[in-house]
Design a protein around this ligand. Structure first.
Ligand code: SAM
Length: 344
């Protein structure tokens, strides 16, 4: 059952309060949508589990990317626009009215699903730690890989900044990622790990070789986050040259296959970032125990970056699974890699 217009209005208000500090432009559009019953009526059909404003704004940006000559694009920094003056709301209304059918189709068939390449700044030190522990190059399997862009972690460039020191890696790479490390650059952030084999699974795989899917991924990045747009576009280009493996599957059913497939002379790393926070606590435990059991045949390392409680930032951890499972918390990290605070 679609929500009522008033229920939808209340959800739009809540969304506006949550994102106000992050995007002036989207907050402004949300306040506007909240007083437009025709737009609320359009978006109240967004399926359960998806947020109406995220879907509406992604649908609008998706259509604008395809047709950047539209007047509304002048307000979108992601499309080179730099207008901030009043008629934004008028241009938005005109665009939504003209594209009502296309927006309806998008918001009822697509989903909000991101892939944040900047997370590689904290995955890299975790992989280096595993490589040091195992003494071998890695076989990397990403659970919840989305479009698989983070499987190309060793093909990106990095700048780690700390008080009084900067360390750059692969300065000529087309994707450059940067982070602030606080007082010290972690010991494991000083080299690019050796990845000999890689794979990924997702319950909703995204194929960036498909123009439509790549455009939807871009459309989900907020227009005023110009750097994220550029980073994603560059990572999609890398993925077109080095296509990640993105198989359809569920974490639970895929794990044993991954363990069987990964070359035995590499250290198997199962990685998940912002995936297990979508599981119940019981399912997370079930997943860890399943890896303990599977580790009978070979050592399984697990790198996790998850935001599991509201009280702490994202925690980066490395586990060695088995009957004597060991987990090391490396430290806290910003969800988009803006900063990392790792021990050592
Ligand atoms: C927030 S995205 C994170 C994507 C990527 N790991 C990153 O950090 O950019 C979470 C991803 O996990 C996938 N996912 C959720 N539950 C899953 C499951 N049980 N098995 C496999 N993938 C799952 C979703 O489809 C989605 O692509």
């Amino acid at each position: 059952m679609p929500r009522t217009i008033d229920e939808t209005r209340s959800r739009v208000h809540t969304w506006e309060e949550t994102i106000r500090a992050d995007s002036r432009m989207y907050a402004r559009l949300a306040r506007h949508v909240a007083v437009r019953d025709d737009v609320l009526d359009l978006i109240r059909v967004v399926p359960p589990g998806q947020l109406e404003m995220n879907m509406l704004l992604a649908a609008v940006q998706y259509l604008l990317i395809a047709d950047p000559e539209q007047a509304l694009a002048d307000w979108y920094p992601s499309l080179g626009g730099n207008r901030q003056d009043d008629p934004l709301e008028d241009a938005f209304d005109a665009f939504v009215t003209d594209n009502r059918e296309a927006i309806h189709e998008l918001i009822t068939t697509k989903r909000v699903q991101t892939n944040e390449v900047a997370r590689c700044v904290f995955l890299l030190p975790a992989y280096n730690l595993v490589q040091e522990m195992a003494g071998r190059p890695l076989a990397l399997a990403e659970i919840g890989t989305s479009a698989g862009l983070n499987q190309n972690v060793d093909r990106y460039g990095y700048t780690y900044r700390a008080t009084g020191e900067t360390k750059s890696l692969a300065e000529d790479a087309t994707v450059q990622l940067e982070t602030n490390c606080g007082d010290e650059i972690p010991r494991h952030a000083r080299r690019v790990p050796d990845i000999a084999w890689r794979t990924g699974i997702d319950i909703h795989p995204i194929d960036v070789a498909n123009e439509d899917e790549a455009r939807w991924l871009q459309a989900l990045v907020w227009p005023d986050q110009v750097e994220r747009h550029a980073r994603l576009a560059a990572a999609i280009e890398v993925a077109r040259v080095h296509p990640p493996i993105v198989k359809e599957g569920d974490a639970f059913e895929a794990a044993s296959r991954i363990v069987a497939e990964a070359p035995s002379d590499n250290a198997l790393v199962i990685q998940h970032s912002f995936v297990l926070n979508q599981f119940s606590k019981e399912d997370r435990e079930r997943f860890y125990h399943m890896l303990d059991d599977l580790a009978g045949a070979r050592t399984i390392y697990r790198v996790g970056a998850e935001w599991l409680t509201k009280l702490r930032s994202t925690v980066l951890s490395v586990s060695r699974h088995g009957a004597d499972r060991e987990t090391v918390e490396l430290g806290g990290v910003h969800h988009h890699g803006a900063w990392i605070r790792l021990a050592g």
